[in-house]
Design a protein around this ligand. Structure first.
Ligand code: NAD
Length: 498
């Protein structure tokens, strides 16, 4: 069985911790690997390696740092298929979906290749007599990242390529459920020639996370995961004086207006609701048709498509959706479906009890569709993170917008309409960080930034893109007077231009 190693200062060695965690293949339910749950002492070792590497790496001209990134990007492209296989074997998503994840991760590396341009500061000549001023963005030192299971390659790449291109060194703690994609990416990182200590990977659970949050030499922490943990990480990390960005969970709604093309709206909901078995923070989990007629048409169009969803292991090229990540998670999702029925929602398609021949022990749940869900129900309020789409019927556009604005999460949302006025008003009024107009999963491209509102993001910065540069650097403004010899005498008033 594969024992997954840590990487500290270029040394690839399993943790020596007495505690360990199993890694499963979710399609078969078989254990495929094991990792040590690293101790606080091992986190400290990784931080010391990152700290020792930081001065030289931070002082290296950005153009040289970018050249390492270019090599890394080329290697990631060459090995995209292998990365996708590593993702699917532990996460369960289909191969094409995993390839899409890898492509979106590579785009961040591509953006990071432009770091010399991104770090260019601002210069003002003659802010006073013979006085010039420039501002510059400098690295923070050691940064850390803590990532979720659902994008085991892409989410770490939202973080370390940006941090490292900015001149920082990094300690990554991947999800303990699917660690292998990060390990393969590290092999390519090393092959690209980055010095040892620049990227360190330490596997673990709460003990490792707490050690990161409390470590005095870590200056900034990026976290992506569920909202309760995001809030915890933000509070504990900022209390320890760190810069923290903590991205949390979601409940993304899609409004379907009466004028929308129903066929296209249903297709969009299928992909956004059931792709990756609903285990995406940008998945649409609530459809909000406006008007009874729209709702009836939508449910009628959706139901046969949900029933026809092809569920299977990632190795099946026909599969549209794979298993859930763990047995615990599958049980949780099934529990939500039970709860929805108990609370009176109308279960139009029931994905419980799905057994696939040859994969009887896999963590499969079929696509499920609820109609007549109301805002008081648990399945509406909480994030299910599975292949379960809820339809909440709205009697007006205003009701639909109000519903979304009142939800505690504000990650993504979408509207399907052919009316420009409605679309523009929606984009303007909605209290959500990422908005799609006839686009169901509006994940910003690498040169924009990703981040939700409300309890979907704690902190002041979104992740990657220009916001990533701001998060991983601090601003310094230098004011200079040349020639230096001019005598002005002592000045006791506040410096100003009269
Ligand atoms: P999770 O919160 O369980 O785990 C995330 C990370 O936190 C993991 O590395 C894990 O080891 C660590 N962790 C777990 N419990 C902890 C604890 N008690 N103390 C300290 N650390 C702990 O999340 P997950 O189940 O891996 O991922 C799914 C969640 O992530 C969903 O809620 C999803 O919406 C969210 N997510 C959000 C975004 C976003 O950009 N907003 C992106 C992807 C996933």
């Amino acid at each position: 069985m594969q024992r997954i190693a840590n990487v500290i200062n270029g040394r690839v060695e399993p943790s020596k911790s007495a505690r360990s965690a199993p890694v499963f293949n979710p399609a078969t339910g078989e254990q495929s690997g094991e990792l040590g749950l690293s101790t606080a002492a091992e986190i400290d070792e990784a931080v010391q390696a990152a700290k020792a590497a930081a001065p030289a790496w931070g002082a290296m001209p950005p153009l040289k740092r970018a050249r390492f990134m270019f090599k890394f990007k080329a290697l990631l492209e060459e090995r995209a298929d292998d990365l996708a296989r590593a993702i699917s074997s532990e996460h369960g998503k289909t191969h094409d979906d995993a390839l899409g994840e890898v492509a979106r991760g590579i785009e961040v590396v591509e953006f990071a290749c432009g770091i010399p341009q991104l770090l260019k500061g601002e210069f003002s000549r003659n802010v006073g007599p013979e006085i010039d001023s420039y501002s510059d963005r400098q690295p923070l030192g050691v940064c850390a990242g803590i990532t979720p299971f659902n994008f085991p390659a892409m989410v770490p790449m939202w973080m370390y390529p940006m941090a490292i291109a900015c001149g920082n060194t990094f300690v990554l703690k991947p999800s303990e459920r699917d660690p292998s994609a990060s390990m393969l990416a590290y092999e390519l990182f090393k092959e690209a020639g980055f010095p040892d200590g620049v990227l360190n990977i330490v596997h673990g659970d709460k003990e490792a996370v707490d050690a990161i949050l409390d470590h005095p030499d870590i200056k900034a922490v990026s976290f992506v995961g569920s909202t309760p943990i995001a809030h915890y990480v933000y509070t504990r990390g900022t209390n320890a004086g760190k810069r923290v960005q903590a991205l949390g969970g979601a409940k993304n709604h899609m409004i379907v207006m009466p004028d929308a093309d129903m066929d296209k709206a249903a297709d969009a909901l299928m992909g956004a609701g059931y792709g990756s078995a609903g285990e995406r923070c940008m998945a649409i989990s609530v459809a909000v048709p406006v008007g009874e007629e729209t709702a009836d048409k939508l449910v009628e169009t959706l139901a046969p498509r949900v029933r026809a969803l092809k569920v299977g292991p990632a190795t099946d090229p026909e599969a549209e959706m794979g298993p859930l990540v763990t047995k615990q998670h599958m049980d949780k999702v099934l529990g939500y479906i039970d709860k929805g029925v108990e609370e009176g929602a109308d279960l139009v398609v029931d994905g419980r009890g799905l057994k696939l021949q040859g994969y009887e022990n896999g963590y499969f749940v079929g696509g499920s569709l609820f109609d007549r869900v109301t805002p008081e129900m648990t399945i509406y309020k909480e994030e299910i993170f599975g292949p379960v789409l809820s339809v909440v019927r709205a009697d007006s556009y205003d009701y639909a917008v109000d519903l979304i604005n009142k939800h505690e999460y504000g990650n993504g949302t979408a509207i399907f309409t052919r009316d420009g006025d409605t679309a523009r008003t929606f984009a303007d009024q909605i209290e959500v960080g990422m908005v799609g107009v006839n686009v169901p999963i509006p994940v910003p491209v690498a040169y924009h930034s990703f981040g939700g509102w409300k309890r979907s993001l704690f902190g002041d910065h979104s992740i990657y893109g220009p916001e990533g540069v701001r998060f991983y650097t601090r601003l310094k403004t230098v004011t200079t007077r040349w020639p230096a010899g001019i005598a002005h005498g002592a000045v006791y008033t506040f410096p100003s231009m009269h």
